[in-house]
Design a protein around this ligand. Structure first.
Ligand SMILES: Cc1cc2nc3c(=O)[nH]c(=O)nc-3n(C[C@H](O)[C@H](O)[C@H](O)COP(=O)(O)OP(=O)(O)OC[C@H]3O[C@@H](n4cnc5c(N)ncnc54)[C@H](O)[C@@H]3O)c2cc1C
Length: 280
């Protein structure tokens, strides 16, 4: 690992797939699931998109039996910015591999300029694949409609707040409003969704989900919590001890800067952690 990576190592499991898989095995030993993400985004040439595709296929094949073969990928690294056909071809080959190894692939959601295109790509893939899910971002004005549509279609959704800076024309700006929107979408997904993933570290939303599921008698087997590697570790174990499914997003790779930057932007404690280590 290069020296800078030491600062990112709280949020990134390492540079190689083996590092991430080792983290996944440690989680597995505690009854916690993982989704593995080879970091990378905004690929601008077809050979690089092909390399990202091959890396995802290799990753799926590398995850040992016993650990769920669950990965997350970004459409912008699969050629979305080059052509729809290229992106579909690349992601389809990942999904074929996932089918062969009994795996599951989640399409991460990126900035709002890619949302409609990503939803359309997902719908196209869903015509031939069951083992693919999508992410929806509670902060976007369009998301309540997307959630209703996903529930109607039986799509598997990960709900998160949204990590990208967005203008008021497309997204809520106030955290209280984002929380309210998140809760409403989460409740729709819990009521009628197909094994939704509630992805947040926000205690009000985590507790709100636990309470809502209990009040509505929704069994904990019908949904899962998701959190990011390095954030709220003790809460993962508490949720598992309480009978909940928990999956951790385990990123790895050398292209960690944009991901790392988004984590720093989100929370002051994350910046404090990096600064503390800088002066150690
Ligand atoms: C598994 C996963 C996958 C994701 N995938 C995507 C994606 O595809 N696209 C995308 O745009 N975004 C994604 N995100 C990021 C997400 O959109 C948010 O940017 C990120 O999760 C921060 O929002 P938050 O709800 O977790 O809490 P924050 O907004 O960071 O925190 C809100 C509040 O939560 C409480 N809280 C947070 N951390 C702690 C703590 N450690 N201890 C106690 N209280 C705490 C505090 O009250 C805090 O003020 C993903 C997130 C997760 C967890």
């Amino acid at each position: 690992m290069n020296p800078l990576t030491i600062f990112a190592s709280r949020f990134v499991a390492g540079e190689r797939p083996e590092d991430a898989i080792r983290a996944g095995e440690r989680l597995h030993a505690k009854g916690i699931k993982a989704t593995f993400d080879k970091l990378g985004e905004d690929v601008t040439d077809a050979p690089a998109a092909k390399r990202a595709t091959e890396a995802s296929v290799e990753l799926l094949q590398l995850i040992p039996k016993g650990i769920e073969r669950n990965i997350s990928i970004k459409m912008s690294s699969m050629g979305q910015g080059i052509s729809r056909d290229l992106c579909l071809e690349n992601v389809s080959s990942i999904l074929e591999c996932a089918r062969a190894v009994g795996g599951f692939v989640r399409l991460d959601m990126e900035g709002s300029r890619l949302t409609q295109d990503t939803v359309e790509i997902f719908h196209e893939l869903r015509k031939r694949h069951d083992n693919v899910g999508l992410v929806l971002q509670a902060m976007l004005h369009r998301t309540p409609d997307d959630v209703k549509e996903a529930v109607r279609r039986g799509d598997r959704i990960r709900l998160c707040k949204g990590a990208y800076s967005e203008p008021a024309s497309v997204a809520l700006q106030d955290m209280a409003d984002i929380r309210t929107a998140f809760s409403a979408c989460a409740q729709l997904l819990l009521d009628e969704g197909n094994y939704p993933a509630i992805a947040t570290h926000d205690e009000a939303l985590v507790t709100g989900t636990v309470d809502y599921a209990r009040a509505q008698k929704i069994p904990s087997s019908r949904f899962e919590f998701q959190m990011l590697y390095g954030l709220r570790r003790s809460r993962w174990e508490e949720l598992v001890a309480g009978g909940h499914n928990v999956r951790i997003y385990v990123p790895f790779g050398t292209h960690w800067i944009p991901y790392f930057y988004r984590r720093l932007r989100e929370r002051r404690e994350n910046v404090a952690f990096v600064l503390k280590n800088l002066f150690r």
